[in-house]
Design a protein around this ligand. Structure first.
Ligand code: BEZ
Length: 249
């Protein structure tokens, strides 16, 4: 049984390209300036990283070697490092992060590492899942595990704080919060919820014996379909984002 997620760049490109596409508005909040040095924390396969203008030096970081390799293949500068173990000192004008912080279960450690990475005046700009994010699917995963006698809290990999808790965490780490907002973002999937679960729900599925995984995922889809599937069979997942901008003063 593994509690980790194995990222497959090919599957990710096919079924999860919307993650980078929908992250593009965040680049406006980042507002990169010529000559800056910027880190993309949890850059995945680099699809959004490469949209940062070339007048900026960008370093992508990711804990997955496979995703880091895919990002490198785009010609990006990439360091394969877990966000809990950042080891840079006052090197960056900004740290940017899209759809990655909710995979990091020790956020205090991550935010402290980001603080250390930034120069004075440096920006920490990001977006990730807030309390209530993908709630229908998360509840279905929990119920289907409980149904099989497994404690879902022991395997749930996601950190979805409230805006207040995350803001307090930033302030406690000496950041000044410039803005923080909750964005309801119902997100149409390019295909079946089953495909989404195969990419993003591995820590739940891995808690089930291999030969029962298909019926587990079928049950999660059944439990979600009334809320998330329309009459034409299209799935729209109830994403809710927390978008923030903070500064190291
Ligand atoms: C998200 O981007 O909010 C997300 C993606 C997959 C699983 C959970 C959350």
């Amino acid at each position: 049984m593994s509690s980790t997620t194995t990222w497959n760049p090919a599957t990710y490109a096919r079924d999860a390209r919307f993650v980078a596409d929908l992250g593009q508005p965040l680049l406006q909040l980042l507002a990169p300036r010529d000559g800056e040095i910027i880190m993309d924390l949890g850059c995945g396969d680099g699809a959004l990283t490469e949209k940062i203008p070339r007048e900026v030096s960008v370093v992508g970081t990711d804990a997955s070697f496979a995703q880091a390799r895919a990002a490198k293949a785009r010609g990006l500068s990439i360091v394969a490092v877990d966000g809990h173990h950042l080891c840079f000192k006052r090197q960056f004008d900004a740290v940017f992060t899209n759809a990655a912080l909710h995979w990091m279960r020790q956020p205090e450690k991550v935010v402290e590492g980001v603080w250390q990475c930034l120069k004075t005046g440096g920006r920490f700009i990001g977006e990730f899942g807030v309390n209530g994010n993908v709630e229908t699917v998360r509840s279905a995963l929990h119920e289907a595990l409980l149904h099989r006698g497994i404690d879902p809290l022991a395997v749930d990999p996601w950190y979805f704080p409230s805006a207040e808790d995350f803001s307090n965490l930033l302030v406690n780490s000496s950041f000044t919060v410039r803005s923080i907002e909750i964005i309801q973002r119902p997100t149409p999937l390019p295909g079946e919820l089953f495909n989404w679960l195969e990419i993003f729900a591995q820590p739940f599925t891995n808690a089930i014996e291999k030969h029962h995984r298909q019926s587990f995922l079928d049950e999660v889809c059944r439990r979600s379909e009334t809320a998330l599937r329309d009459a034409d069979g299209r799935w729209t997942v109830d994403y809710v984002r927390l978008r923030f901008a903070a500064v190291k003063c």
